[in-house]
Design a protein around this ligand. Structure first.
Ligand code: GLY
Length: 575
């Protein structure tokens, strides 16, 4: 059987056609001059598909699928492979979330978010004058206790069919034998000023120079760590020499993760949020991620309009941005780790509550965030990273996984002798409630630091089911808070505007997170007349080159289409 492979930006294959359960697709129209024109094709595969930011990692997943593995086996293989081939965000030193739906009707939401170390304190990132430092972002103190290895192993044990050792073979091989650095990875290495400050510089900046595209990247220390995990399971990471190396690294740089922190880490299996949007069902990630709640709340508000208007119209931007603005006000003040703080899930995800929020939206005017919730303030901050992958198999199972070190290359700290980067996820807490974090998110006491607590995330791995409860779409994204808005817009583009997946991914995007009180748009993506109308309505527009990094799969007649993010690099590989 052949393999369908596509690597952005040159994705090519066949056009979707009409499955009786899939409404016919409508060609999209984007503003003149938009840099990602409509009409490109997705990668098609008949049986199974994996899409991620790394073609090699997607291939690793497809190898497992071809060997008869299910989507969970393949997703775990992909996750470990990403730790080798996309180390800016793929990881074993971070954490993530996995939403699963199985053909037998079971669904699951695996939470393997990092947790605050036992020695963490509420004000650990404030200096003597009470000012926020950058220690939650760079260096040893920035890391939460990693969850990725425990979470992926648990998902495999509960829902996979193969052994950890089997699914880790592609990752071990890639680390041990090496691979050729592609332009996507080379540009990411070139772009980091964090890695050169720490021990990983030896591997990624040999002789002080960033590894260029075409160089071979061999990671023997990482291969040894992965082999220990393959041989011993999570104990190979959380106990023994790998754990000792991590703790020694902490001690060298003033970090606080201990052997006790590592030994105690445990993932949580939760029930996915099951919501609906215009007759479709969404399976989304519950807290400790804010992704599912915020997306559900936004879509519930949007569903109160019979139609949102044409994609890219003033009416569409106004409605979508107003919905996000309100959902983010709730996100930033009411969500946190449900094991530590009460979370009003029923209220936030209810259609009645969405109707009451709809009543606060003036169809002719933007509402300043301070008028919706007068207590918040914020500043814009720098961009960030995470990575999402989507997998479907030939049996009707699907997996959406988002994983992260938080910022690109995490804290920059690389564990000597064990060969992996550590996260800077502590910055996802409200390190100083009421002050913005690196995403400009202004969050409250619900998300203050407490030992053992999971920091609130925006990761939104999501599976959309059609009216017959078959998998229609698997999606998720990287990009801090823009994960929520970007993922939900791909869903809206498919469900509301009936775009095919390639167009849905290429469509211009918007973002609003309540504070900063600005409507972020993509340069060239909004018609000048629409920009004028939005400004006249009171929106403060903030143009950026690019928003969000989504990787998605959609069911089409006779198979699946996969599209990696056209704004970044990636690969869709199927068979
Ligand atoms: N670290 C980004 C997020 O979890 O939202």
């Amino acid at each position: 059987m052949g393999t369908a492979v596509s690597v952005t930006p040159s994705a090519r294959s066949r056009t979707p056609a009409g499955d009786p359960r899939i409404a016919p697709r409508v060609p999209a129209q984007f503003p003149a001059g938009w840099r990602l024109p409509a009409g490109e094709r997705a990668t098609f595969a008949k049986n199974a598909m994996a899409v991620s930011n790394s073609p090699l990692a997607s291939e690793a997943a497809t190898d497992i699928l071809k060997r008869g593995g299910n989507a969970v086996d393949a997703a775990v293989a992909l996750g470990f492979a990403l730790a080798v081939t996309w180390p800016e965000a793929g990881n074993i030193g971070g954490g993530g979330y996995m939403v699963i739906t199985l053909a037998d009707g079971r669904t699951a939401a695996m939470d393997y978010r990092e947790i605050a170390p036992l020695a963490a304190t509420r004000d650990m990132y404030l200096d003597a004058d009470g000012k926020l430092t950058d220690k939650s972002i760079v260096g040893h103190l920035a890391s939460g206790v990693p969850g990725a290895v425990a979470g992926m192993a648990r998902a495999l044990e509960r829902y996979g069919t193969m052994t950890l050792s089997d699914v880790m073979q592609p990752a071990i091989r890639l680390a041990r034998e090496g691979f050729v650095v592609d332009s996507g990875l080379a540009s990411s290495i070139r772009g980091t000023d964090r890695v050169p400050q720490f021990e990983g510089a030896r591997v990624f900046f040999p002789n002080g120079q960033p590894l260029p595209a075409g160089a071979r990247l061999v990671q023997p220390e990482l291969a040894r760590t992965l082999q220990a995990i393959a041989d011993q399971g999570p104990a190979g990471f959380y106990r023994g020499w790998v754990a000792d190396s991590l703790v020694a690294e902490m001690q060298r740089g003033g970090g606080i993760i201990t052997t006790q922190d590592l030994a105690q880490y445990s993932p949580r299996e939760r029930r996915p949020i099951r919501s609906t949007y215009r007759g479709f069902t969404l399976l989304a990630m519950p807290p400790s991620s804010s992704g599912g709640v915020t997306m559900t709340e936004s879509l519930n508000i949007l569903e109160t309009w019979p139609s949102l208007g044409a994609h890219g119209s003033t009416q569409w931007y106004h409605a979508v941005a107003s919905a996000y603005q309100r959902a983010f006000i709730d996100r930033n003040s009411k969500l946190g780790d449900p094991e530590f703080v009460p979370v009003p899930m029923d209220q936030l995800t209810s259609k009645a509550y969405a109707r009451s929020l709809r009543a606060t939206i003036n169809d002719a005017r933007a509402t300043p965030t301070r008028d919706v919730d007068a207590t918040m303030q914020a500043l814009p901050r720098e961009p960030m990273n995470t990575t999402h992958y989507s997998v479907v198999d030939q049996f009707g199972n699907a997996v959406a996984t988002t994983t992260t070190l938080n910022g690109s290359w995490g804290s920059g700290v690389w564990v000597r002798g064990a060969g992996f980067f550590l996260n800077n996820e502590m910055d996802d807490f409200a390190a100083q409630p009421g002050m913005p974090n690196m995403f400009g998110l202004v969050q409250g006491e619900q998300n203050a630091i407490q030992p053992g607590k999971r920091m609130l995330s925006a990761m939104s791995p999501t599976i959309v089911l059609d009216s017959s409860q078959q998998v229609l779409l698997v999606a998720g994204a990287a990009g801090g808070p823009t994960i929520i808005t970007g993922t939900s817009q791909v869903i809206l583009n498919v469900l509301d505007h009936r775009m095919n997946l390639a167009d849905a991914m290429r469509a211009p995007r918007l973002h609003h997170q309540a504070l900063p009180d600005s409507l972020t748009i993509e340069i060239g993506g909004v018609a000048p007349a629409v920009q004028d109308s939005l400004r006249a309505m009171g929106w403060s527009l903030r143009p950026v080159r690019s928003l969000v990094n989504v990787n998605a799969i959609m069911r089409v007649k006779g198979g699946w289409e996969g599209v990696p993010e056209p704004r970044r690099s990636g690969g869709a590989v199927g068979h």
